[in-house]
Design a protein around this ligand. Sequence first.
Ligand code: AMP
Length: 119
Amino acid sequence: MYDTNNIFAKILRNEIACKKVYEDNYSLAFYDIFPKKKIHVLVIPKGEYMNLGEFTNKASHDEIVGYFKAISKVIEQLQLINGYRLISNCDDHGRQEVKHLHFHILAGEDVGNMVCKHS
Ligand code: AMP
């Protein structure tokens, strides 16, 4: 069940401030409060979807197209000429902390290996 009190829902309702990067009818992008790389931006859909599976199953065509175009627009706006990494953590094994769909855009430096191997 989607928790309407998750932190991104509060940001969407303007109950919590964010450092906005981009907004349109379907999406909002803002800087991550604890940046893991020099540039760390989160892009969220405005609708109440917990993860990618729920989003692609339940959202309208316009929401889906709008959201993925927004991610692309943010990347373009940030002028990430040397590249970037796009990540969406999902559920427990993906270590998703905030249960509202989001993609992380990590950039501004070499972001390193994709994941660490188990020891
Ligand atoms: P995830 O583990 O993929 O769910 O990532 C959630 C991200 O949200 C983390 O990188 C947090 O630093 C970030 N975050 C949590 N609260 C806020 C907030 N109020 N504003 C911006 N980013 C936040």
